[in-house]
Ligand binder design. Structure first.
Ligand code: IPE
Ligand code: IPE
Ligand code: MG
Length: 242
């Protein structure tokens, strides 16, 4: 039992993909797929915590997703706003802390205000540490980190020699969050699609054909079983702590 519990990933990241195809299969508009997908977030947060996961990060909207039709972008923004507005209640119910990763400065002001207030409110909760990646791109995260570091060098607060991997990690949106142990991507695509590029240097990957709205606790358990069977290695060395 003790050995088993060691194999639970501390941080699970999910690329929630396949809402559009889920809807298409049912002859429904894509918006219905997104709304079914949004409804699936809370049950998966609860399932993850039940199964022993401490950090969960979901990819909700990428820096590339702005290239979709105005109609679809508006639908997604509306759903995100609805979700985040109702999130304080979910945090209280589930003792969950929520943080947003990504460049929120491009989002509508009311959505930014909702985010600031939600993050402040949910700071008190020490259950599931839940991150929503919103207008997030792995490359953009690195670009913004490089700018933060450059500003410090320019201001004379930092020398170039002080730049190392730890400093870069601490300058990313995920500064206080451990790197993901397991990435799950739904809907059969075998890509990272610009998700946490730096942070996933040694993340185990699990791909499933299941579309995100159908991804339930049972599917999450399958991913965790896959992870438990992996023999984690770092540079050829077995990780003894696993
Ligand atoms: C994931 O579903 C949701 C977002 C990317 C916002 P998709 O909308 O990408 O669904 P598919 O890939 O077209 O099926
Ligand atoms: C990745 O899914 C982004 C999110 C799930 C938010 P996409 O459906 O946008 O990715 P690609 O375009 O298939 O790579
Ligand atoms: Mg997709």
């Amino acid at each position: 039992m003790k050995k088993e519990s060691k194999k639970i990933p501390t941080h699970v990241a999910i690329i929630m993909d396949g809402n559009g195809r889920w809807a298409k299969k049912r002859l429904l508009p894509r918006a219905m797929g997104h709304s079914a997908g949004a409804k699936n977030v809370e049950p998966i947060c609860e399932a993850a915590w039940d199964l022993g996961v401490k950090y969960l990060t979901v990819y909700a909207f990428s820096t590339e997703n702005w290239t979709r039709s105005d109609d679809e972008v508006n639908t997604l923004m509306k759903l995100l706003k609805q979700y985040l507005e109702g999130c304080k209640e979910k945090c209280l119910k589930n003792n969950m802390r929520v943080r947003i990763i990504g460049d929120i400065s491009r989002l509508p002001q009311d959505l930014q205000d909702t985010i600031v207030s939600l993050e402040e409110y949910s700071k008190q909760f020490d259950g599931l540490q839940f991150q929503v990646a919103l207008n997030y791109g792995g490359r953009d995260d690195i670009v913004r980190a490089v700018k933060k570091i450059s500003d410090k060098v320019n201001a004379g607060e930092l020398n170039c020699e002080d730049i190392n991997e730890e400093l870069i990690s601490k300058s990313l949106d995920t500064a206080d969050i451990p790197d993901p142990d397991l990435l799950i991507r739904t809907s059969g695509e075998l890509r990272i699609s610009n998700f946490m590029l730096w942070q996933m240097a040694y993340t185990e990957m699990y791909f499933t054909d299941v579309y995100w709205p159908d991804f339930d606790k049972n599917e999450l358990e399958k991913a965790l079983i896959y992870y438990a069977d992996r023999d984690r290695r770092f540079g050829g060395r077995k990780n003894e702590s696993q």
